[in-house]
Design a protein around this ligand. Structure first.
Ligand code: SAM
Length: 299
Protein backbone atom coordinates (compact mmCIF):
# COMPACT_ATOMS: atom_id res chain seq x y z
CA UNK A 1 0.00 0.00 0.00
CA UNK A 2 3.14 2.17 0.06
CA UNK A 3 1.98 4.24 3.04
CA UNK A 4 -1.28 5.29 1.37
CA UNK A 5 -4.44 4.71 3.33
CA UNK A 6 -6.19 1.77 1.73
CA UNK A 7 -9.93 1.91 1.61
CA UNK A 8 -12.22 -0.65 0.15
CA UNK A 9 -14.98 -0.10 -2.40
CA UNK A 10 -18.25 1.21 -0.96
CA UNK A 11 -19.79 -1.94 -2.46
CA UNK A 12 -18.23 -4.22 0.17
CA UNK A 13 -19.81 -5.42 3.43
CA UNK A 14 -17.08 -3.85 5.59
CA UNK A 15 -17.15 -0.36 4.06
CA UNK A 16 -20.95 -0.27 3.73
CA UNK A 17 -21.39 -1.28 7.36
CA UNK A 18 -18.78 1.27 8.43
CA UNK A 19 -20.63 4.03 6.53
CA UNK A 20 -24.00 3.04 7.97
CA UNK A 21 -22.53 3.14 11.46
CA UNK A 22 -20.62 6.38 10.97
CA UNK A 23 -23.70 8.29 9.80
CA UNK A 24 -26.26 6.38 11.92
CA UNK A 25 -28.23 5.69 8.76
CA UNK A 26 -31.35 3.58 8.95
CA UNK A 27 -32.46 2.26 5.61
CA UNK A 28 -35.93 3.14 4.39
CA UNK A 29 -37.78 0.12 3.09
CA UNK A 30 -40.36 2.47 1.55
CA UNK A 31 -37.63 3.80 -0.78
CA UNK A 32 -36.35 0.33 -1.68
CA UNK A 33 -33.07 0.93 0.11
CA UNK A 34 -31.07 -2.29 -0.27
CA UNK A 35 -27.41 -1.50 -0.80
CA UNK A 36 -25.14 -3.59 -2.99
CA UNK A 37 -22.09 -5.08 -1.25
CA UNK A 38 -20.43 -7.13 -4.00
CA UNK A 39 -17.99 -5.34 -6.34
CA UNK A 40 -18.13 -8.22 -8.86
CA UNK A 41 -21.72 -7.31 -9.67
CA UNK A 42 -20.56 -3.77 -10.48
CA UNK A 43 -17.83 -5.09 -12.78
CA UNK A 44 -20.42 -7.11 -14.68
CA UNK A 45 -22.87 -4.18 -14.85
CA UNK A 46 -20.22 -1.85 -16.26
CA UNK A 47 -19.25 -4.49 -18.83
CA UNK A 48 -22.89 -5.11 -19.81
CA UNK A 49 -23.42 -1.38 -20.42
CA UNK A 50 -20.12 -1.06 -22.33
CA UNK A 51 -19.11 1.86 -20.10
CA UNK A 52 -15.70 3.40 -20.78
CA UNK A 53 -13.98 6.77 -20.34
CA UNK A 54 -15.97 8.19 -23.25
CA UNK A 55 -19.35 7.20 -21.83
CA UNK A 56 -21.56 9.47 -19.70
CA UNK A 57 -23.96 7.91 -17.26
CA UNK A 58 -27.25 8.84 -15.62
CA UNK A 59 -27.69 6.89 -12.41
CA UNK A 60 -31.00 6.53 -10.59
CA UNK A 61 -30.88 6.06 -6.81
CA UNK A 62 -27.19 6.15 -5.80
CA UNK A 63 -27.96 5.25 -2.16
CA UNK A 64 -24.62 5.48 -0.33
CA UNK A 65 -22.73 5.41 -3.62
CA UNK A 66 -21.87 1.74 -4.32
CA UNK A 67 -22.49 1.93 -8.06
CA UNK A 68 -21.79 5.67 -8.29
CA UNK A 69 -18.21 5.15 -7.11
CA UNK A 70 -17.52 2.49 -9.75
CA UNK A 71 -19.16 4.58 -12.47
CA UNK A 72 -17.05 7.60 -11.52
CA UNK A 73 -13.91 5.48 -11.99
CA UNK A 74 -14.93 3.95 -15.30
CA UNK A 75 -17.04 6.60 -17.04
CA UNK A 76 -16.53 10.16 -18.15
CA UNK A 77 -19.22 11.80 -16.05
CA UNK A 78 -22.03 10.61 -13.76
CA UNK A 79 -25.21 12.50 -13.00
CA UNK A 80 -27.27 10.73 -10.33
CA UNK A 81 -30.82 11.34 -9.08
CA UNK A 82 -31.51 10.51 -5.43
CA UNK A 83 -34.81 11.23 -3.69
CA UNK A 84 -33.52 10.78 -0.10
CA UNK A 85 -31.85 14.02 1.05
CA UNK A 86 -30.49 12.29 4.20
CA UNK A 87 -27.88 10.76 1.90
CA UNK A 88 -26.42 14.14 0.85
CA UNK A 89 -23.68 14.41 3.52
CA UNK A 90 -22.73 10.75 3.07
CA UNK A 91 -22.36 10.98 -0.70
CA UNK A 92 -20.55 14.31 -0.46
CA UNK A 93 -17.95 12.95 1.96
CA UNK A 94 -17.54 9.38 0.76
CA UNK A 95 -17.30 10.33 -2.92
CA UNK A 96 -15.27 13.51 -2.31
CA UNK A 97 -12.27 12.27 -4.29
CA UNK A 98 -14.22 12.11 -7.58
CA UNK A 99 -14.74 15.31 -9.52
CA UNK A 100 -16.94 13.81 -12.23
CA UNK A 101 -20.06 13.15 -10.14
CA UNK A 102 -23.10 15.40 -9.84
CA UNK A 103 -25.93 14.34 -7.55
CA UNK A 104 -29.37 15.84 -8.00
CA UNK A 105 -31.60 15.35 -4.96
CA UNK A 106 -34.91 14.87 -6.68
CA UNK A 107 -37.48 12.17 -7.39
CA UNK A 108 -36.57 10.80 -10.81
CA UNK A 109 -40.25 10.67 -11.75
CA UNK A 110 -40.51 14.43 -11.22
CA UNK A 111 -37.19 15.39 -12.77
CA UNK A 112 -36.86 17.26 -16.04
CA UNK A 113 -34.48 14.68 -17.55
CA UNK A 114 -34.22 16.28 -21.02
CA UNK A 115 -33.13 19.55 -19.42
CA UNK A 116 -30.58 17.82 -17.16
CA UNK A 117 -29.14 16.01 -20.19
CA UNK A 118 -28.86 19.27 -22.09
CA UNK A 119 -27.15 21.02 -19.18
CA UNK A 120 -24.67 18.28 -18.28
CA UNK A 121 -23.75 16.35 -21.41
CA UNK A 122 -22.46 17.04 -24.92
CA UNK A 123 -24.92 15.82 -27.59
CA UNK A 124 -22.20 13.92 -29.47
CA UNK A 125 -21.14 11.92 -26.41
CA UNK A 126 -22.53 8.49 -25.58
CA UNK A 127 -25.06 8.44 -22.74
CA UNK A 128 -26.34 5.38 -20.86
CA UNK A 129 -28.53 4.81 -17.82
CA UNK A 130 -27.30 2.54 -15.03
CA UNK A 131 -29.26 1.87 -11.88
CA UNK A 132 -30.07 -0.43 -9.05
CA UNK A 133 -33.72 0.47 -9.02
CA UNK A 134 -36.15 0.68 -6.15
CA UNK A 135 -38.46 -2.25 -6.89
CA UNK A 136 -41.75 -0.47 -6.39
CA UNK A 137 -41.22 2.01 -9.23
CA UNK A 138 -39.13 -0.02 -11.68
CA UNK A 139 -41.76 -0.13 -14.40
CA UNK A 140 -42.83 3.55 -14.39
CA UNK A 141 -39.18 4.65 -14.38
CA UNK A 142 -38.33 2.49 -17.38
CA UNK A 143 -41.46 3.38 -19.30
CA UNK A 144 -40.87 7.10 -18.69
CA UNK A 145 -37.38 6.80 -20.11
CA UNK A 146 -38.09 4.64 -23.14
CA UNK A 147 -41.31 6.38 -24.21
CA UNK A 148 -39.48 9.68 -24.40
CA UNK A 149 -37.12 10.30 -27.24
CA UNK A 150 -33.99 10.81 -25.12
CA UNK A 151 -30.46 10.42 -26.57
CA UNK A 152 -29.78 7.31 -24.45
CA UNK A 153 -28.77 4.13 -26.28
CA UNK A 154 -28.46 1.60 -23.45
CA UNK A 155 -30.09 1.00 -20.07
CA UNK A 156 -28.56 -1.43 -17.61
CA UNK A 157 -30.77 -1.80 -14.60
CA UNK A 158 -30.98 -4.04 -11.60
CA UNK A 159 -34.53 -5.04 -10.73
CA UNK A 160 -36.58 -7.81 -9.22
CA UNK A 161 -35.93 -11.01 -11.20
CA UNK A 162 -39.62 -11.61 -11.94
CA UNK A 163 -40.02 -8.14 -13.46
CA UNK A 164 -36.97 -8.66 -15.70
CA UNK A 165 -38.46 -12.00 -16.77
CA UNK A 166 -41.77 -10.33 -17.64
CA UNK A 167 -39.97 -7.67 -19.64
CA UNK A 168 -38.14 -10.30 -21.73
CA UNK A 169 -40.78 -13.04 -21.94
CA UNK A 170 -41.62 -15.01 -25.08
CA UNK A 171 -45.17 -15.27 -26.50
CA UNK A 172 -47.13 -18.22 -25.16
CA UNK A 173 -45.53 -18.05 -21.71
CA UNK A 174 -47.18 -16.95 -18.47
CA UNK A 175 -44.82 -14.01 -18.04
CA UNK A 176 -45.62 -12.60 -21.51
CA UNK A 177 -47.93 -9.59 -21.34
CA UNK A 178 -48.58 -5.98 -22.27
CA UNK A 179 -45.40 -4.92 -20.42
CA UNK A 180 -43.30 -7.32 -22.54
CA UNK A 181 -44.79 -5.84 -25.70
CA UNK A 182 -44.24 -2.24 -24.60
CA UNK A 183 -40.57 -2.98 -23.82
CA UNK A 184 -40.07 -4.93 -27.08
CA UNK A 185 -41.70 -2.13 -29.09
CA UNK A 186 -39.06 0.42 -28.05
CA UNK A 187 -36.01 -1.68 -27.12
CA UNK A 188 -34.09 -4.91 -27.53
CA UNK A 189 -34.22 -6.42 -24.06
CA UNK A 190 -32.16 -9.18 -22.49
CA UNK A 191 -31.37 -10.41 -19.01
CA UNK A 192 -27.62 -9.88 -18.68
CA UNK A 193 -27.32 -11.92 -15.49
CA UNK A 194 -29.12 -12.95 -12.30
CA UNK A 195 -28.14 -11.37 -8.98
CA UNK A 196 -28.69 -13.36 -5.77
CA UNK A 197 -30.38 -11.58 -2.87
CA UNK A 198 -27.34 -12.31 -0.69
CA UNK A 199 -25.32 -9.42 -2.19
CA UNK A 200 -27.47 -6.71 -0.57
CA UNK A 201 -27.65 -5.07 2.85
CA UNK A 202 -30.30 -5.50 4.09
CA UNK A 203 -31.10 -8.67 2.17
CA UNK A 204 -34.37 -8.41 0.20
CA UNK A 205 -36.84 -11.30 -0.05
CA UNK A 206 -36.32 -11.94 -3.75
CA UNK A 207 -33.47 -12.35 -6.23
CA UNK A 208 -32.70 -9.64 -8.76
CA UNK A 209 -31.61 -9.52 -12.38
CA UNK A 210 -29.69 -7.09 -14.50
CA UNK A 211 -31.80 -6.13 -17.47
CA UNK A 212 -30.10 -4.64 -20.50
CA UNK A 213 -32.24 -2.56 -22.85
CA UNK A 214 -30.95 -1.18 -26.12
CA UNK A 215 -33.10 1.43 -27.74
CA UNK A 216 -34.25 0.54 -31.25
CA UNK A 217 -33.68 3.12 -34.01
CA UNK A 218 -37.32 2.52 -35.02
CA UNK A 219 -40.09 0.78 -33.06
CA UNK A 220 -40.07 -2.98 -33.71
CA UNK A 221 -43.40 -2.88 -35.57
CA UNK A 222 -45.05 -0.22 -37.72
CA UNK A 223 -48.45 0.82 -36.44
CA UNK A 224 -50.80 3.39 -37.90
CA UNK A 225 -52.15 4.50 -34.51
CA UNK A 226 -49.76 3.97 -31.60
CA UNK A 227 -52.30 4.79 -28.88
CA UNK A 228 -54.77 2.31 -30.35
CA UNK A 229 -52.07 -0.37 -30.68
CA UNK A 230 -51.24 -0.15 -26.96
CA UNK A 231 -54.93 0.02 -26.05
CA UNK A 232 -55.52 -3.17 -28.06
CA UNK A 233 -52.56 -4.92 -26.43
CA UNK A 234 -53.85 -4.04 -22.95
CA UNK A 235 -57.34 -5.24 -23.95
CA UNK A 236 -55.88 -8.49 -25.29
CA UNK A 237 -54.37 -9.31 -21.91
CA UNK A 238 -57.15 -7.87 -19.78
CA UNK A 239 -58.47 -11.22 -18.63
CA UNK A 240 -55.72 -13.64 -19.47
CA UNK A 241 -57.88 -16.75 -19.38
CA UNK A 242 -60.41 -15.34 -21.81
CA UNK A 243 -60.18 -15.57 -25.58
CA UNK A 244 -59.15 -12.61 -27.67
CA UNK A 245 -62.73 -12.41 -28.94
CA UNK A 246 -64.16 -12.05 -25.43
CA UNK A 247 -61.54 -9.54 -24.34
CA UNK A 248 -62.03 -7.43 -27.49
CA UNK A 249 -65.80 -7.38 -27.02
CA UNK A 250 -65.38 -6.38 -23.37
CA UNK A 251 -63.19 -3.47 -24.41
CA UNK A 252 -64.78 -2.24 -27.64
CA UNK A 253 -68.44 -3.31 -27.31
CA UNK A 254 -70.87 -6.08 -28.13
CA UNK A 255 -73.21 -4.46 -30.66
CA UNK A 256 -73.70 -6.20 -34.01
CA UNK A 257 -71.85 -3.37 -35.70
CA UNK A 258 -68.82 -3.76 -33.46
CA UNK A 259 -68.87 -7.55 -33.71
CA UNK A 260 -68.80 -7.22 -37.49
CA UNK A 261 -65.88 -4.79 -37.28
CA UNK A 262 -63.97 -7.11 -34.93
CA UNK A 263 -64.63 -10.10 -37.20
CA UNK A 264 -63.42 -8.18 -40.25
CA UNK A 265 -60.27 -7.00 -38.48
CA UNK A 266 -59.38 -10.43 -37.11
CA UNK A 267 -59.96 -11.99 -40.51
CA UNK A 268 -57.83 -9.40 -42.29
CA UNK A 269 -55.00 -9.95 -39.79
CA UNK A 270 -55.39 -13.73 -40.11
CA UNK A 271 -55.94 -14.26 -36.39
CA UNK A 272 -58.27 -16.84 -34.86
CA UNK A 273 -60.75 -15.14 -32.48
CA UNK A 274 -60.52 -18.19 -30.19
CA UNK A 275 -56.84 -17.52 -29.44
CA UNK A 276 -55.70 -15.95 -26.22
CA UNK A 277 -53.77 -12.68 -26.19
CA UNK A 278 -50.70 -14.35 -24.75
CA UNK A 279 -50.41 -16.50 -27.89
CA UNK A 280 -49.99 -13.47 -30.17
CA UNK A 281 -46.60 -12.05 -31.14
CA UNK A 282 -45.99 -8.30 -31.21
CA UNK A 283 -46.17 -8.51 -35.03
CA UNK A 284 -49.62 -10.13 -34.83
CA UNK A 285 -50.83 -7.46 -32.41
CA UNK A 286 -49.56 -4.82 -34.85
CA UNK A 287 -51.31 -6.51 -37.81
CA UNK A 288 -54.52 -6.70 -35.78
CA UNK A 289 -54.29 -3.06 -34.65
CA UNK A 290 -53.63 -1.87 -38.20
CA UNK A 291 -56.61 -3.86 -39.49
CA UNK A 292 -59.05 -3.04 -36.68
CA UNK A 293 -58.33 0.67 -36.78
CA UNK A 294 -59.93 0.71 -40.23
CA UNK A 295 -63.17 -0.97 -39.07
CA UNK A 296 -63.65 0.30 -35.53
CA UNK A 297 -64.52 3.88 -34.69
CA UNK A 298 -61.64 4.46 -32.28
CA UNK A 299 -61.28 8.23 -32.44
N1 SAM B 1 -27.39 2.32 -5.99
C1 SAM B 1 -27.34 1.90 -4.61
C2 SAM B 1 -26.77 0.50 -4.51
O1 SAM B 1 -26.73 -0.18 -5.53
O2 SAM B 1 -26.37 0.09 -3.42
C3 SAM B 1 -28.70 1.98 -3.93
C4 SAM B 1 -29.81 1.21 -4.57
S1 SAM B 1 -31.32 1.18 -3.65
C5 SAM B 1 -31.99 -0.33 -4.28
C6 SAM B 1 -32.38 2.35 -4.45
C7 SAM B 1 -32.07 3.82 -4.21
O3 SAM B 1 -33.02 4.60 -4.96
C8 SAM B 1 -32.21 4.30 -2.78
O4 SAM B 1 -31.08 5.05 -2.43
C9 SAM B 1 -33.47 5.18 -2.77
O5 SAM B 1 -33.43 6.23 -1.82
C10 SAM B 1 -33.47 5.69 -4.20
N2 SAM B 1 -34.80 6.07 -4.71
C11 SAM B 1 -35.99 5.52 -4.39
N3 SAM B 1 -36.98 6.11 -5.09
C12 SAM B 1 -36.40 7.06 -5.86
C13 SAM B 1 -36.90 8.01 -6.80
N4 SAM B 1 -38.21 8.10 -7.06
N5 SAM B 1 -36.03 8.85 -7.42
C14 SAM B 1 -34.70 8.76 -7.14
N6 SAM B 1 -34.18 7.87 -6.27
C15 SAM B 1 -34.99 7.03 -5.64
Amino acid sequence: MSGLEYHKDIATPSRTNAILKKYHLTMKKSLGQNFLVDPNILTKMVAAAGIDENTNVIEIGPGIGALTERLAREAKKVVAFEVDKRLAPILKTELAEYDNIEIIFQDILEANVPQVIEEHFEPAERLVVAANLPYYITTPIIMNFIETDLPIDTFVMMMQKEVAQRMTAKPGTKAFGSLTIAIDYYTEAEIAFIVPKTVFVPQPNVDSAILKLQRRAEPKVKVTDEAFFFDLVRAGFNQRRKTLWNNLQSRYGKTEEIKAALTAGLEEAGIEPSKRGEALSIEQFADLANALVKYLDVQ
